[in-house]
Design a protein. Sequence first.
Length: 265
Amino acid sequence: MTPVPYRVADRRQETADTVTLTLAPAAHALPPFRPGQFAMLHAFGVGEVALSVSGISGDLLHHTVRAVGKVSEALCRAEPGSEIGARGPYGTAWPPPSADGDVLVVAGGIGLAPLRPVIDEALARPDRSGRLSVLVGYREPADQLFPADLPRWRRRAQVLVTVDRPAPGWQGSVGLVTALLDTADCRTDRCTAFLCGPEPMMRATAGELLRRGVPAERIAVSLERNMRCGTGWCGHCQLGPLLLCRDGPVVGWARADEPLSVSER
């Protein structure tokens, strides 16, 4: 439960309110993370927040942070050379992409951040023969993440982007990300789907995939709740029978379907 000091090695502005931090251990590194797992990042004097890794390279951790509260705002302001605390890894990981099956990544907004390591892992496998499709939906074009990665991804994968509200000069798709499934280059009989974003988006996407013949056991989602301890002790992240810091955040759709269908009103 004690944070380990990490140094901000790099800070990249993604959008007006979102940055990607590259963290290097100031002394001893945490145990290795797997794609989909999260760390508890501590802004000294402010508090801590759960953040999935958006990239892993050796002992370096990459976290993409959107400023939505006091802790995330403090992390977004962290400059190279400053120190933050980190503990982890916590939670479950994405299933590894298979060598011959197709991989479908569907993200909504900053939900692309936890899926970025899945894309990089699929592209890094020299034995992969399956297709890779990445579908992303944003509110508006200015919200797009990882512009430096898109050319590299597009050389070896299908990348489709849609927005809710187009800006002047926008030439891409407009509408829900589920509409992109019609042109996704994946075969439903050999597809594994990875979903992360707003829960209504994930429910709608999973429903469409089931209707198209993708079995529930080959659909994985990443779920978020208020994770305060990271170890399943406090119960703040409970979703039905699941404690998401322990049983998630990555959950197969067969387990996620029922608790996500219950109204929280």
